[in-house]
Design a protein around this ligand. Structure first.
Ligand SMILES: [Zn+2]
Length: 73
């Protein structure tokens, strides 16, 4: 997972990096990053991506992330 910002000043969304995905049928290709997992579109890509988890992340993304981690156990 990676934190990504669509527009300056907005919250960071969580997205899948290459080789990751919701399941085996939805893996991200090399060199790509998924749309935010909360469903917000990122039609022009991201302004920046950050590996460090920050407290300022989108709450909907965090909720989706937590739910998927539970589902995968
Ligand atoms: Zn989000």
């Amino acid at each position: 997972m990676i934190y990504a910002q669509v527009k300056g000043g907005q919250k960071l969304h969580l997205a899948y990096e290459a080789g990751e995905g919701r399941d085996d049928q939805h893996l991200i290709k090399a060199g790509y990053i998924s749309d935010p997992i909360c469903g917000r579109p990122a039609p022009e890509g991201y302004r920046m991506t950050i590996n460090l988890p920050l407290a300022n992340a989108c709450k909907r993304c965090l909720r989706v992330y937590a739910a998927r981690m539970v589902a995968n156990d």
